[in-house]
Design a protein around this ligand. Structure first.
Ligand SMILES: CC(C)(COP(=O)(O)OP(=O)(O)OC[C@H]1O[C@@H](n2cnc3c(N)ncnc32)[C@H](O)[C@@H]1OP(=O)(O)O)[C@@H](O)C(=O)NCCC(=O)NCCS
Length: 158
């Protein structure tokens, strides 16, 4: 469990026991999560497929974003090429606009720096996803490369 700066908000490692809750949340947020073309694969998964994904060995860190005991989103630290890491993140629609993603990402980035000795963090944002770009910029990320369909952001940790 990772604490965040918000006392009611924590990051909890996602294990197969969270599959049903995660699957429900994905189904309730289908339109929100796929609005920019992302997360179509996660949204299309059956409950069993979600469970299999969470049970599979992975070098990536998978966390649920938990508000007062309720799952409100997911955040992944992707071990792309350690000490370089990537990020994936989403919130349920009704949990947006309150700073939860900012606090969750800040906690995970802190963990990556202190515990995993990460030096670089990257995130790719699909064109048109202004909220995701604003989130990264709040955390100090800078745009470094434009691709046809997405923009790459970077944060140096040391
Ligand atoms: C990307 C995503 C996580 C951003 O969510 P978000 O709600 O904008 O981000 P935060 O939770 O940090 O909240 C920021 C908002 O809360 C407000 N806020 C309130 N208290 C705050 C605090 N203590 N700290 C930071 N922001 C705070 C901010 O002003 C901002 O408000 P705004 O929406 O009016 O600009 C969300 O839009 C999402 O899940 N989208 C679908 C999936 C997706 O696109 N994922 C990213 C793929 S690259």
């Amino acid at each position: 469990m990772l604490e965040t700066e918000r006392p009611d908000l924590s990051l909890s490692p996602l294990t197969r026991s969270a599959a049903a809750e995660l699957h429900n949340l994905l189904q309730q947020n289908r339109g929100h999560l796929t609005a920019h073309g992302d997360y179509a694969e996660q949204v299309a998964m059956s409950r069993d497929q979600v469970e299999a994904e969470l049970a599979a060995d992975s070098a990536n860190l998978r966390f649920g974003i938990v508000l007062s005991g309720t799952l409100i989103g997911r955040i992944d630290l992707i071990a792309a090429d350690p000490p370089k890491y990537g990020l994936g993140y989403w919130l349920a629609k009704n949990a947006t606009g309150q700073g939860y993603a900012t606090a969750a990402l800040r906690a995970l980035i802190g963990h990556a720096g202190t515990e995993l000795h990460a030096t670089q963090i990257y995130a790719g944002v699909t064109r048109g996803n202004a909220r995701s770009e604003a989130l990264l910029e709040r955390l100090g990320f800078l745009p470094v490369l434009d691709f046809d369909s997405y923009r790459r952001f970077h944060l140096g940790l040391r």
